[in-house]
Design a protein around this ligand. Structure first.
Ligand code: ZN
Length: 239
């Protein structure tokens, strides 16, 4: 039996001398493992199908519960993501997050289309904001949304608070005095509110605001999912 599906290449692992096993994210079938033969040979016709960020129509042969890629035509190569080191690590962080948050057999059409949109935005514009937006979206979809409202303990408005805390269990901010979470800056809180379309305090947004927000997202992601996003750490180091 053959299936044809639009999919994103999330991960490629060497297998045998010339083969690889790909982890694909398909809009229709969710996450799939599929072997691909001969792609490590220098002139392999389907080499591109095992490249990072490949978004393509894959044709898969299914035998029992195993898939093999038998053909592939590229929809979008996201070439700019491979030529700019900052974009490369930001996009790799998106792919790592998707790989950590999706499971074989799960429906994933929404995360798939948001991921494709994010990679395409990262090619066209600065990659920072698309990355923060994607991580908050993917966390929310997985049940780990970040609350950006008032202090969850006393109800105080936090937009102008000088020092805050972030409660990892609740995924929410509190006043510094109310909570027991990790210290968080007013910058991070206001950057996240701005990206979420909520009223924010302009004076509290600094040039390193996105970097601070990404550090918090990295810690929170690791806390909730037990996955370290290595590319995100590398990206934070670069910017
Ligand atoms: Zn409070």
């Amino acid at each position: 039996m053959e299936i044809k599906t639009n999919a994103l290449m999330l991960r490629a692992v060497d297998y045998n001398e010339n083969d690889k096993i790909l982890t694909l994210l398909s809009a229709e079938y969710g996450k799939i493992s599929a072997g691909i033969k001969g792609v490590k040979k220098p002139n392999a016709k389907l080499k591109f199908a095992a490249q990072p960020f490949c978004f393509a129509e894959y044709i898969l042969a299914k035998r029992g519960d195993k898939f093999t890629v038998i053909n592939c035509s590229e929809c979008e190569s996201f070439y700019d993501l491979r030529t700019d080191i900052n974009k490369f690590y930001a996009a790799s962080a998106v792919i790592e997050a998707v790989n950590a948050l999706t499971y074989e057999g799960d429906e994933c059409a929404e995360i798939f289309s948001e991921c494709v949109r994010t990679l395409s935005d990262m090619c066209a514009y600065d990659e920072k904001l698309p990355l923060i937006k994607f991580l908050t979206f993917a966390l929310r979809k997985s049940g780990y949304g970040i609350a950006l409202d008032n202090c969850t303990e006393c109800g105080a408005d936090l937009v102008k608070a000088e020092k805050l805390r972030f409660d990892m269990d609740a995924g929410a901010f509190t006043c510094y005095g109310c909570g027991s979470g990790i210290g968080a800056s007013q910058v991070t809180y206001n950057v996240l509110r701005k990206l979420d379309g909520k009223p924010y305090e302009k004076d509290f947004i600094t040039d390193d605001g996105e970097k601070r927000a990404l550090r918090l997202l990295r810690e929170y992601f690791a806390y909730k999912t037990d996955n370290q996003l290595k590319s995100l750490s590398e990206y934070i180091r670069l910017i």
